[in-house]
Design a binder for this molecule. Structure first.
Ligand SMILES: O=P(O)(O)OC[C@@H](O)[C@@H](O)c1c[nH]c2ccccc12
Length: 262
């Protein structure tokens, strides 16, 4: 269990998790693979791979453009699984979580997707538009073939649902620092500690916070009141700005963020 092992080791060392989000296949298959290895090399604890989808309703412009680049370069659900297999040839230890929406998984087939994702070397999945009650209804989803289902909790999530989601979430809990879409340049540091504490009342599962973290100061601040942080758009932006050699730009930008929480 790569996810649980990673979080257990971090907890033991009193360390916070750094979770890096990129779009699978952005700007193309080979460069994306190189970026994944680079992020693992510089110490990212978990990689979150966005499965490119044409209607990513919770994504801001930076992530939308990344998904677009990936789709134009031929990415698909099947190719994303190939990318995971290719990554696992050299890296068997860094947990990988897939981020996506119900639609592409539904089209592919829930059972088939979950089984193939685990076989390829994925550890978890975050289905952004899967309500918890629906999850309970679907037997196909419940039989997850060992793929951890990570749940999102927003500041607007009502308390009873926080309890339900916290109990259901496997691996870790993704707490959104604010409502809206991904990106932007700030996470509201004032409200995060209480939000994380409210979730922690219901569970021992680690709570990581994402949305709007884009510099070392914010990274350190948010990490202080949580078990880890998720950084997406700010890393993806480096790919956008350096399409020739994105891995190097990602390394230079991300390393200080990781160092800030160590
Ligand atoms: O981009 P930000 O603000 O750093 O937030 C992380 C985010 O990109 C990543 O976790 C993610 C990508 N797509 C999403 C859709 C919804 C919620 C979260 C996500």
């Amino acid at each position: 269990m790569r996810l649980t092992d990673t979080f257990a080791a971090l907890r033991e060392q009193n360390k916070k998790a750094f979770i890096a989000y990129i779009a699978a296949g952005d700007p193309n298959f080979d460069k994306s693979l190189e970026i994944m290895h680079t992020l693992a090399d510089i110490g990212a604890d978990v990689l979150e791979l966005g499965l490119p989808f044409s209607d990513p309703l919770a994504d801001g412009i930076v992530n939308q453009m990344a998904a677009d680049r990936a789709l134009k370069a031929g990415m698909s659900t099947a190719r994303t699984l190939d990318l995971i297999r290719a990554f696992r040839e050299k890296n068997q230890s860094t947990p990988l979580v897939l981020f996506t929406y119900l639609n592409p998984i539904f089209t592919y087939g829930f059972g088939k997707f979950q089984k193939e994702a685990v076989d390829a070397g994925a550890d978890g999945v975050l289905l952004l538009d899967l309500p918890p009650d629906e999850a309970a209804l679907s037997e196909e989803l419940a039989q997850n073939h060992g793929l951890s289902h990570i749940r999102l909790i927003a500041p607007s999530t009502p308390p009873e649902r926080v309890k339900l989601l916290a109990a259901q979430s496997e691996g870790f809990i993704y707490a959104l620092s604010r409502t809206g879409v991904t990106g932007g340049h700030s996470a509201p540091a004032e409200t995060i500690p209480a939000q994380v504490a409210a979730i922690k009342q219901h569970t021992e599962t680690p709570v990581c916070v994402g949305f709007g973290i884009s510099n070392p100061e914010q990274a350190a601040l948010v990490a202080k009141s949580s078990d880890g942080i998720i950084v997406g758009s700010a890393i993806v932006k480096q790919v956008e700005l350096n399409l020739e050699n994105p891995a190097q730009a990602v390394r230079e930008f991300t390393l200080p963020l990781i160092q800030a929480i160590r």
